[in-house]
Each structure stands twice: as structure tokens, then as C-alpha cells.
Ligand binder design. Structure first.
Ligand code: PHE
Length: 463
């Protein structure tokens, strides 16, 4: 009876929970931006090629390690090789850091959903609306605490009763929503002051066409690095989350199929998000209107929605609800992997562990949410950008730790432990591991080199 609650019910439950983790703000505010910036279809081709090789390799490794050891990052790496416990600890640090700010972003999105639902969409399109909101001292904190609280309640309910139950309906609904808004994006048209007419279809073609004019080797390498860092952030690999989720998968589930489905879901949502955002921004602001991150979601898009007129309010609601689902299911996975590691280290039960961690992270979220008001400062980051508290957490976890962890784990699996450790798990019960050769070559030779370059580049060592 006790055992049952620590497993996903089956393949679908696992795939939707893992897709819930993978599909997050990265799909919505970074993928479309990169596609528009990095040559449209050219980026899409590079990204797809990487999904099937590099992303596949990292995802297979994490999930197989989780299921084989039935442990989370710290326990799993220690079991693989006691001397490599430090890698488990490094991996554990990523969700520990991400958790401090993920609910803050979730809170911003929730606030926008509320604004659109209560009929103040017009205000949200104002020039300083977003900066005024995040630098106010109360409201961002309240929304962050709300988001963190909801996350904690779901994780408290356990693997099947909480995580799986929520993902099972949110993810299919999210998929329908992005498809609907993407289709709507194709139908819009707008004539600007200079009398130029732009249509959603033109924007869509701009998004799909591989733009290779003036492509140089160094530009291509940049596109490759952009696609690579986006990909492993997007798949939630190298942060222990997929190890934890893998540890909840029953032995009879076919991991080969599950991995394909998770990749398909995550990439599909990214592609549709691009098809919904790139044409919409193109129609109302031209090709210069694309920005990345919070400014795309909270500044550019509200202006686009406002320009759509009445329909824009409705589209805005659909968009921000989609974003809540994407962020909440990711936030849950971050907390779950911390909870799972702590339960193993401290031998505590789920309820007590969630209580303690919820208290800690409610506090941390409040502090980070105040990073634009009470705790505002400007820090110079090694990669040349300036940032506040949230950006520092993001920089350390995503730009420094994740590529380093990916690099070390490919060395551990490829050379210290040998790929058989993962292959045996993929072939358990006589299943066919079709891309075995690709896996071995990637994990031993290509992925370590790629990760080293990415690490040097994102830490600013290699310009
Ligand atoms: N994979 C998520 C995305 O694409 C990001 C994420 C980060 C999820 C950290 C969980 C934890 O946005």
C-alpha cells in the first residue's frame, strides 16, 4: 500500500508528468525568440537534429539511472560510484536554487492571468506596467507565495495523488490551448501607419523558412550553442528531476516509448508556441519586435493582444492560462526532486519533508520577489549581463551548474561506469533500444565535447 503511492500509475501517467516538467516557460518565452533570432527554419532543423541525438542521450541517461537505482540524484550517483557522490550533490543544488525563483515567475504569470480575467487587459499593455508591478513591494510577494503554496499542496499529495493527477489533465488541455492560439495566429492581419499590411501567414512562413543568407561558421556555431542550451534546459535534464521521476516508473513500462513521447510532447509544444508567438509579434511589430524572457511575455505580448482588439482579451486569457499550466507542472517537479532527495537523506516522510521545505521556500520566494524593490541591486554577471537576485540564481543554476553536471555525468556514464549501465535498463524485459549506437557514440564522445564548449561559453571563459 505504502509502495504504491511512490509510483506513477503507468506509462501515460509518467509521460504526462515528465512532459509537465519539460514544458515550461522555456518553451513559451525562449524557444520562439531563439527561432526568430537564429534564422527561423534553420534553428528548427538544428534543434530537431539535436533533440533526436543529444537531448535523447541526456534524457535516456537520467530516466534510466533513476529507474535502475530507484533513487534521486544524490543516492543514485552515490550508488553508481561512491566517489561520485559530489555529482549527486551538485545536481541536487540545481533544483534547490531554481526553487527560490520559479514560484516568483509563476506568481507574475498568475497576476497577468488575473488581470486579463478581470477585464484590465488594456492596462497591462501600458509601457511601464510590468516594471511597476515587479518593483512594487506587496503584490509580487503575495502572488509568489500563492504559487509556492499551491505547488506545495500538490507535492504533499504525493506522486500519484498529486503530481500525476494534476499533470494528467493540465498537459492535454495545455496542448489544445497552444494549438488553438497558434491556429488563430495564422488568421490575423494588420496594416501599420505606413500602410504596410502584414499577415499571420507571412509571419508563419518567416518562422518556418530556413534563413541561410550570410551564414558564417561562427554564426552557425552560435545557433548550435543556442539550440543546445535551450534543449537541455527544456527537457529538464541535468538537474536531477528526470532521475527522480524515473525512480517512480514501474519496471514493466517501456522506457524507449516513454522517452520518445516525452521528447515529442516537449518539442511539439515548443513548435506550436513558436507558431503562436512569432506570427503574432511579426504582424503587429515586424521582425524587430521579438524579445526573450519576461519582456516577451509581459511587455511585448500584452501589446500584441491589445492590438488584436476585443479578441485580444480572450487570446490573452488563453495564453496566460496556458503559461500557468506550463509553469505549475514544472514548479511541482522542482519541489518534488528536492523533497525526494531530502526524504532519502534524512529518512523522513513526505508530509514532514514538504512542511519544512514549504516553509523554507515560502521565505525564499518572498526574498527573491523583493529583489526588484526592497532588495534591489545590480550585479555584474560573468557573461557580461547585469542582473538582480533572480538572475543570479538563474545564472548559477542554468549557465554554470547544468552544463557542468551534464559534462560530468557523460564522463561517469560513458567512461567510468560504461554505457551498459543505462543500456541494460533500456532493454529491461527484452525491449529494443533502437538508438543504442547513437547513444553510445553521443555519451562517450560527442556530448562531453559539446558540454565542455557550452560550459566554457556560458560561463564567459570562451567568448
Ligand atoms: N523545462 C522547463 C522549461 O522548458 C524549465 C524547468 C526548469 C523545469 C527547471 C523544471 C525545472 O521551461
Amino acid at each position: 500500500m505504502k509502495k504504491k503511492s511512490n509510483h506513477f500509475s503507468g506509462q501515460i501517467g509518467f509521460v504526462l508528468a515528465a512532459a509537465g516538467s519539460a514544458v515550461g516557460v522555456g518553451n513559451l518565452w525562449r524557444f520562439p525568440y531563439l527561432a526568430a533570432k537564429d534564422g527561423g527554419g534553420l534553428f528548427l532543423i538544428v534543434y530537431l537534429a539535436l533533440v533526436l541525438t543529444f537531448g535523447f542521450t541526456l534524457l535516456v541517461s537520467d530516466i534510466a539511472i533513476g529507474r535502475r537505482t530507484k533513487k534521486s540524484a544524490i543516492g543514485a550517483y552515490t550508488e553508481m560510484h561512491p566517489k561520485w557522490k559530489f555529482l549527486g550533490i551538485l545536481t541536487f543544488l540545481v533544483p534547490v536554487l531554481i526553487m527560490t525563483y520559479y514560484a516568483v515567475i509563476g506568481g507574475w504569470i498568475t497576476r497577468y492571468a488575473v488581470v486579463y480575467l478581470t477585464g484590465s487587459a488594456e492596462a497591462a499593455a501600458g509601457d511601464n506596467y510590468f516594471s511597476a508591478f515587479i518593483s512594487s513591494p506587496v503584490s509580487p510577494v503575495v502572488y509568489a507565495l500563492l504559487f509556492m503554496g499551491v505547488t506545495a499542496v500538490i507535492v504533499y499529495k504525493g506522486v500519484q495523488g498529486g503530481i500525476e493527477a494534476v499533470s494528467k489533465w493540465m498537459m492535454p488541455v495545455l496542448l489544445v490551448l497552444v494549438v488553438v492560439v497558434a491556429l488563430y495566429s495564422l488568421t490575423i492581419r494588420h496594416t501599420d501607419e505606413s500602410g504596410q499590411l502584414r499577415t499571420g501567414l507571412q509571419g508563419f512562413l518567416y518562422y518556418l523558412t530556413p534563413h541561410v543568407e550570410g551564414l558564417t561558421v561562427s554564426r552557425f556555431l552560435q545557433i548550435l550553442l543556442d539550440a543546445m542550451s535551450q534543449l537541455f534546459f527544456s527537457l529538464s535534464v541535468s538537474m536531477g528531476i528526470m532521475i527522480t521521476y524515473g525512480s517512480y516508473v514501474r519496471p514493466e513500462v517501456n522506457l524507449n516509448k516513454a522517452v520518445n513521447q516525452i521528447e515529442l510532447f516537449d518539442t511539439g509544444v515548443a513548435l506550436f508556441a513558436g507558431a503562436m508567438i512569432v506570427p503574432a509579434v511579426f504582424v503587429f511589430s515586424g521582425t524587430e519586435g521579438m524579445s526573450a524572457g519576461p519582456s516577451l511575455m509581459f511587455v511585448s505580448l500584452p501589446k500584441v493582444f491589445a492590438a488584436m482588439g476585443k479578441a485580444g482579451v480572450f487570446v490573452g486569457i488563453l495564453f496566460f492560462v496556458t503559461a500557468i499550466f506550463a509553469t505549475l507542472t514544472s514548479c511541482i517537479s522542482v519541489l518534488e526532486s528536492i523533497v525526494a532527495n531530502c526524504m532519502e537523506i534524512f529518512h523522513t516522510g513526505r508530509k514532514k519533508t514538504v512542511h519544512v521545505l514549504a516553509a523554507i521556500y515560502l521565505g525564499a520566494s518572498a526574498v527573491i520577489a523583493l529583489g526588484y524593490s526592497a532588495f534591489y541591486f545590480e550585479a555584474e554577471l560573468p557573461n557580461g549581463s547585469t542582473g538582480q537576485l533572480l538572475d543570479i540564481m538563474d545564472y548559477v543554476s542554468n549557465s554554470v551548474l547544468m552544463p557542468l553536471i551534464a559534462l560530468l555525468s557523460t564522463i561517469l556514464i560513458g567512461w567510468v561506469k560504461t554505457p551498459e549501465f543505462v543500456i541494460e535498463e533500456m532493454e529491461r524485459g527484452g525491449r529494443a533500444f533502437h538508438r543504442k549506437k547513437v547513444y553510445v557514440i553521443m555519451i562517450r564522445y560527442i556530448a562531453p565535447v559539446m558540454m565542455l564548449i557550452l560550459f566554457l561559453q556560458s560561463t564567459g571563459i570562451l567568448q
